[in-house]
Ligand binder design. Structure first.
Ligand code: APR
Length: 320
């Protein structure tokens, strides 16, 4: 059987890390696309030259031409600009919306059957715009945010409880921004829900609240430290987890920015919800029950995403 083809649209910090991970995990042959001349070619060659030591079988190609992504099985989109200290993800909207138009058209013309994972921020609005510009089926276009936000939450929880990250599961829903909703009730250490761990005095509510806030600020914390850009290792790893779920039909249950039409009472919009990813893309949005306070937080996150989508429509008439 021929190897899968993975097209990475954007060969910056995240794009390069995605290419390296995809090759090491032998998910398929990799095409790195970017408008910057030399960058995708240089990164592809550099990673290919790590192959003999790492012993992976995958080809890597860097390109400035969309025709090279032809027939891709998966496209992961990081094209655009990242934030700098003091910027919110929403500050990127105008510039990255234009990028999504070019990328959406490029994917539609060359890889219309691909499973498309968007990482470009502001995520929920950009994945919506990318779907609109590409015209691909909603279940084949998805945004990466919840896996990353949940991974950050899990990491902080593992530090607090001093247990392996493997035994911590956590759910973060809603938009990928300040209003994201870390769901403590659905987050566990080896199956023990966080509220029970507070009752057992293993932690305090104050400490848990601080971890929730640190999770919400997780991206900004890294931007503040790096100063020249935003996080890339964990975002790339999160998207690779989603790509692998699709390519191997794993039916992973992962929180993603997915199209909701009816689920969670939403009428046609992208926002972070639990999903099952398998060979058909988003196989199912898992419509979990939210408690009153969780629903309120989710609603305000939904409103924030709606505001960004409206802003997109204000910038580009064709989206209105
Ligand atoms: N088409 C293709 N590539 C583009 C385009 C375009 N129209 N416009 C910009 N790019 C490329 C840039 O040349 C750059 O190589 O996108 C790449 C972005 O890489 P970085 O600046 O290193 O940004 P990165 O850290 O990878 O983040 C990318 O993901 O998490 C989000 O907020 C982040 O929106 C940002 C995106």
């Amino acid at each position: 059987m021929a190897r899968a083809k993975i097209a990475l649209i954007g060969a910056g910090q995240i794009g390069g890390t995605l290419a390296h991970l995809a090759a090491i995990k032998e998910l398929g042959d990799v095409v790195l696309f970017d408008i910057a001349e030399g960058t995708p070619q240089g990164k592809a060659l550099d990673i290919a030259e790590s192959g003999p030591s790492e012993k992976f079988d995958a080809t890597l190609k860097g390109t400035n031409s969309y025709s090279d992504i032809a027939g891709a099985d998966v496209c992961i989109v990081t094209a655009g600009v990242p934030r700098k200290p003091g910027m919110s993800r929403d500050d990127l909207l105008g510039i990255n919306l234009k990028v999504m138009k070019a990328v959406g058209e490029g994917i539609a013309a060359n890889a219309p059957d691909a499973f498309v994972i968007c990482i470009t921020n502001p995520l929920d609005a950009m994945v919506w715009a990318l779907r609109e510009f590409s015209g691909l089926p909603h279940k084949k276009v998805v945004g990466m945010a919840g896996v990353l936000d949940s991974a950050r939450f899990r990491h902080f929880l593992s530090l607090e409880f001093n247990v392996s990250m493997k035994d911590v599961s956590a759910f973060v829903l809603g938009g990928h921004g300040d209003t994201m909703v870390p769901l403590t009730r659905y987050s566990t250490v080896a199956g023990i829900p966080l509220p029970d761990l507070v009752e057992m005095n293993w932690t305090t509510q104050e400490k848990l609240d601080a971890i929730v806030q640190r999770t919400r600020d997780g991206g900004a914390e890294i931007v503040g430290l790096l100063k020249t850009g935003s996080a890339f290792y964990a975002p790339a790893t999160s998207a690779i987890e989603m790509a692998e779920a699709y390519l191997k039909d794993q039916r992973r249950l992962l929180p993603c920015a997915a199209w909701c039409d009816g689920e969670f009472g939403l009428k046609g919009m992208y926002v972070g919800v639990p999903t099952i990813i398998g060979a058909n893309g988003i196989e199912k949005v898992v419509n979990i029950k939210l408690a009153k306070d969780e629903q309120e937080m989710f609603n305000s996150s939904v409103e924030a995403v709606k505001g960004l989508v409206e802003a997109c429509k204000g910038i580009d008439d064709s989206l209105a």
